[in-house]
Design a protein around this ligand. Structure first.
Ligand SMILES: Cc1ncc(COP(=O)(O)O)c(C=O)c1O
Length: 463
């Protein structure tokens, strides 16, 4: 394997092209604990380990590309959320971020609940032994079959997303001779993304029932009249990758004021509010996520204060973190293939995966970091774009980052914070085989979702 430096591409001290990066890091071998899971460390010989195993051994045993999920880190994050919210609140892990039977078992053992939004997620949850009463069903267009399965299974609650769904769920519950606990999802007029939130004009979306024009109050009126439904709460979810809790505070205030309106009109105090998910994580060292403890404290304070002002009993609060639990627990390990230096621009580093295992960069312009993990290097930083092997020029995994200038084909690089919305959004584009998820713990790796095979592809192709 060649270790020669590449002849071109900007280096330390060069004028760099425009991009989403700050200055080159002073130490390319350092692993920022904000972006890497807790057991990841670089050993004295330069190899990175997770759960006590070198990535080189993991690559030999499980191949690349592959997601390696730090089980101890996952459990610690579950515990941090559960402890922060305590016994008078509920934490629902958002299964859409990443779900497998092992994950369901860990959630169950760590005392978390689970939010699912499809029949597939519901089946996985029930199959792995999550008690139905600890599951909530979401979705803006749940099919009658999905609703029927959830009601029949006895899920803890269904989050109603539209006027039509209020009637649909009530009819199905009636037919099954059940009274289904439900929440109503409202759009509170706050849409938050990363560092900002916007307080106008975002009821223009497919989810939920608008609060400002009185639709939510009307939805409550209708739900309260239907025997098949037990309306227990109001739900709000304001966005994703949020760092600033101000958006949650506005949402909490608006939801509590709806609870007060409901009490005044119907004499009913709804016992639950759910403030959704969306808490941000560190994808790069520039991100500073809030701690679960601080989030819990600020939500609890605002809800308690607003309820006291409206003379309401404080409802049971729930939240639905997905990314904030699983995102930081995993990295994707790739082998470097073709390296293409472009004089005065950047060096393109092609890996053996791409947009089929991480669509977020192409889809949302998401930012990631990357590190050389099979060895350390004292070479100068080189500005790179990490790209996949797919037939799309937008097939970018890491748009702008620095790797050592002696990077060579065969090196292993890892992209941290890929636990959420990567495997769960993976595709078979170019008939790529979706990578495995390997749980690593105490010196051993265990496949929890296996790598797809060509037989899997051909089995579906029945033409
Ligand atoms: C209703 C709801 N709850 C929770 C989540 C989880 O969000 P995150 O993974 O950003 O915490 C989502 C994500 O889209 C959502 O739509």
């Amino acid at each position: 394997m060649s270790r020669s430096a590449h002849p071109a591409g900007p280096r330390h001290g060069d004028v760099l092209p425009e991009g989403h990066y700050s200055a080159p890091p002073t130490d390319l071998n350092a692993l920022d604990p904000k972006v890497w899971s807790q057991t990841v460390t670089r050993t004295a010989d330069g190899t990175v380990t997770v759960g006590g195993i070198e990535v080189t051994r993991l690559a030999e045993e499980f191949g690349t590309p592959a997601y390696f999920l730090d089980e101890a880190d996952f459990r610690a994050r579950c515990q941090a959320w559960r402890d922060a919210f305590g016994t008078d609140a509920d934490v629902f892990y958002a299964g859409k971020a990443f779900l497998s039977r092992a994950v369901v078992r860990w959630l169950h053992e760590e005392g978390l609940n689970l939010d699912v939004c499809s029949a597939g997620e519901l089946t996985t949850a029930l199959d792995a032994g999550m008690p139905a009463e600890r599951i909530a069903l979401h979705g803006n267009n749940k099919t009658p079959e999905e609703i029927e399965r959830a009601v029949a299974a006895g899920v803890g609650h269904i989050v109603l997303d539209s006027f039509q769904e209020i009637v649909r769920v009530a009819h199905i519950a009636d037919r099954l001779g059940k009274r289904q606990r439900v929440q109503i999802r409202v759009t509170v007029g706050v849409e938050a993304h990363t560092h900002e939130f916007i307080a106008t004009a975002h009821e223009d979306q497919k989810f939920g029932i608008g609060l400002a024009g009185g639709e939510a109050a009307e939805a409550v009126r209708r739900a309260l009249k239907l025997d098949g439904l037990e309306l227990v709460g109001i739900h709000s979810h304001i966005g994703s990758q949020i760092f600033d809790t101000a958006g949650f505070e506005v949402a909490a205030r608006r939801v509590v004021s709806l609870l007060a309106e409901i009490r005044d009109e119907h004499g009913v105090e709804l016992p639950e509010i759910d403030l959704g998910g969306g808490l941000g994580i560190a994808y790069t060292s520039d991100d500073d996520p809030a701690e679960p403890h601080d989030i819990a404290k600020s939500l609890r304070e605002i809800v308690t204060r607003e309820c006291a002002a409206s003379k309401l009993r404080t409802p049971r609060i729930s939240v639905e973190p997905g990314r904030a639990i699983v995102g930081p627990t995993a990295f994707t390990l790739y082998e470097v293939g073709t390296i293409k230096p472009l004089e005065g621009l950047r060096t393109y580093v092609s890996v053996d995966g791409g947009m089929s295992d991480n669509i977020r960069t192409a889809l949302y312009d998401a930012e990631y970091s990357v590190a050389l993990v099979s060895r350390s290097s004292d070479a100068e930083p080189m500005l790179v774009r990490v790209v996949g092997k797919h037939c799309e020029s937008g097939d970018i995994v890491v748009r702008d980052a620095f790797l050592p200038a002696d990077l060579a084909p065969g090196d292993l690089i890892a992209v941290p914070a890929t636990g959420a919305y990567c495997r769960s959004m993976a595709s078979n584009y170019n008939h790529a085989l979706r990578p495995p998820v390997v749980a690593v713990n105490d010196g051993a790796g265990r496949v929890i979702v296996r790598r797809e095979t060509e037989e899997d592809l051909l089995r579906l192709d029945v033409g």
